[in-house]
Design a protein around this ligand. Sequence first.
Ligand code: AMP
Length: 114
Amino acid sequence: MKDCLFCKIIRKEIPAEIVAENENCLAFKDIDPKAPVHILIIPKEHLGSTLDFSDENISLLAEMGLMSNSVSRELGLNAGGYRWVINTGKDGGQAVDHLHLHLLGGRQMTWPPG
Ligand code: AMP
């Protein structure tokens, strides 16, 4: 999508600290980290949110999970654990309308989330 912030990162039109990339997914550091490690994993296909999952594209969720596992291993998060977050829509706190999985780690998380 032409004006989508994360699509621009995918096209390398705006800079990002990319930590992993393959044919279908991209992982990069969050610009405003909420934990010592805060990575965003996104599909390269523009999906607005989890609401856009369908039979045709649901495999992207698995690919995002596998990329997260590889990144969390590389960044040394697996021993202590980490948190996955996907915000959907206004009530979910979604600010960027391109589906993204937050990978948060490096500190003790609290529950319930805000
Ligand atoms: P959400 O509230 O779930 O939509 O999360 C959006 C996330 O994108 C926030 O954690 C932002 O800090 C992050 N973000 C916004 N702009 C950028 C950018 N240019 N590069 C990296 N992360 C960004």
